[in-house]
Structures are given as C-alpha cells and as structure tokens.
Design a protein. Structure first.
Length: 159
C-alpha cells in the first residue's frame, strides 16, 4: 500500500469514528430520561374573603327579552354596601368563558339591590357572536360594605 492510500484510509476511519460519536450523542439525548425537574405551575392567587351576608339574595336566569343574555339580580343589600363586583363563568361548546365587571364594579351605595344584563358572547364593531350551548353559569360576587370590608358570594346557577 502506498503512503497516499494510508492517509486516505486514516481520514475515512476518522470520519466514521466522528460520525459514530455524533450519532451516539443524538441517540443518548433522545432516549435518556429527563432530569427530575418539577414543572412550574401557575398558581392563582386568590384573596380569601369571608362569606357574604346570607340575607343577600342573588339570582341568575336567561333574559326573556334578549337572546343569549343572563340577568343577574341582587336584592336585600339593605343599603349596607357601596360596590359589587361580579364574575360570571360558563362552558360554551367545551370552552370555559367568562364575563366580569372589570375594574368598575357596580355602584350600589344607598340601594337595596340592582339588576344587570350580561351578554354571553363577544361583540366587535356592533356585530355580536353568541356563545352557544350555555346551560349553567357560576357567579362570584365581591361585596364592599360602607366601611370598606369585603365579602364574597359564589353559586352555580342552572339556566
């Protein structure tokens, strides 16, 4: 064998060895178990509030005059509250959706109750698309009394 052939064979063997090492690393990474790392879970931070006064009456029912609209009614507030925030969640065709009072809760100072219509759907540029198949809503309300103390009400309503 001449010198040229010996050098050529060294390059071929070297290339095959390098290819074998790279292939081994790729297979190891694909098959090796992942290290035990606990998944990072998002925790919803919720403020624990005392239960609202049991004398307060809350209702939720489909509107008789507006399609896909739920009417929330609250009574027996006794003029003891200044604001009421609300959140309505529901299942529409397998998706959990919701509506809330946002950063502006309902002003109820000096009132015994209120009624609020809540459309179950989305509206854009005066075109509304209803959320279909809603049979139950979960209502969570946050009451703030005249001293600033907060309390909470939560209930599921079958529609």
């Amino acid at each position: 064998m001449n010198v040229f052939m010996k050098h050529k064979m060294k390059f071929v063997y070297g290339g095959l060895a390098l290819l074998l090492v790279v292939t081994g690393l790729v297979v190891y990474k694909a098959v090796a178990p992942a290290p035990d790392v606990a998944p990072v879970e998002e925790e919803e931070i919720t403020e624990l509030l005392p239960a609202a006064d049991p004398a307060i009456v809350v209702g939720a029912a489909f509107s008789k005059v507006k399609d896909n609209t739920v009417v929330l009614t609250v009574s027996a507030l006794g003029s003891k509250y200044t604001t009421v925030g609300y959140e309505l969640t529901y299942d529409s065709q397998g998706l959990i959706k919701g509506v809330n009072s946002g950063s502006k809760p309902v002003e109820v100072a000096g009132q015994d109750g209120f009624e609020r219509e809540v459309y179950l759907g989305t509206c854009s540029r005066n075109v509304c698309k209803p959320d279909l198949g809603v049979a139950k809503v979960t209502v969570v309300m946050e009451f703030t009394d005249t001293t600033g103390k907060k309390s909470q009400f939560s209930k599921d309503f079958d529609l």
